[in-house]
Design a protein. Sequence first.
Length: 120
Amino acid sequence: MKKIKATNPEIIALIRDLKKQSQESQAALWQSLADSLASSQRSRIAVNVSRLNRYTKDGETVVVPGKVLGSGKVVHPLTVAAFSFSDVAKSKILKGKGTCLSIRDLMKKNPTGKNVKIMG
C-alpha cells in the first residue's frame, strides 16, 4: 500500500472513498486509481483531449487520475471522469456530445468499474 503524499483534503477523502469502494465491490480499478492519486502532485497525470480522442472508441468510459487539458479535439461521444478538467477541455468534450464526471460520480454510477479504462 502506498503512503499518501497528497495534502489536499479533497484528494485524501477521495482516496479513502476509492479504497472503501474497492474493498466493497472487489474492483481493482478503484484501488489502482487510489494509488495513482496518492502520489505527489508533481507526478500526477495530465491528459490532453487529443489523447482521449485517439485511444478511445465511440461511447467508451475513461477515467483520468489527474487533470484533463484542452489541447486537441473530440470527434466522438465519450464519458470522461477525472479529478479536474480545464475549462477548454470540458467545453470540447461536451461539444463532442460527451459527458464530464468527477471520479466520485463515476464511482456512484458504476460501483463495479466494469467497462472503464484508465487513461494516463
